[in-house]
Design a protein around this ligand. Sequence first.
Ligand code: HEC
Length: 99
Amino acid sequence: MKKQLCFFLALIGLATSAQAADLERGKSLHNENCTHCHISMMGGDGSAIYTRENRRIESLDALRKQVNRCKDSLGASWPPDQIDDVVFYLNQTYYKFEE
Ligand code: HEC
């Protein structure tokens, strides 16, 4: 019985992790964890770092790499789906790269 329950829970886990990236979750993860450094650099709400003229990120791949780098400097260990959510949020909101 226990084994079946575990299997069932694992299936649910798989199903939810296979879901498309979640904009709202990405936004709240971002706003809770990612703004303090950017605000101290750029002022305002910090989002100017994503729209500045000399911004560094020129592709979705580069965006993902930068999110990973910045996440590492937080010392946070985020599962890949949380990275996906934040990348999705930043891309939808600021960068708008084609997939
Ligand atoms: C410890 C401070 C710090 C934290 C925390 C931080 N960042 Fe950053 N972030 C930086 C710095 C510094 C840069 C600019 C790097 C540069 O210009 O070379 C940057 C740049 C970026 C850029 C690129 C902006 C551009 O030029 O297009 C992105 C995207 C980004 N951060 C995402 C995030 C995300 C997502 C998080 C949360 C997981 C986060 N950052 C948390 C310091 C931080």
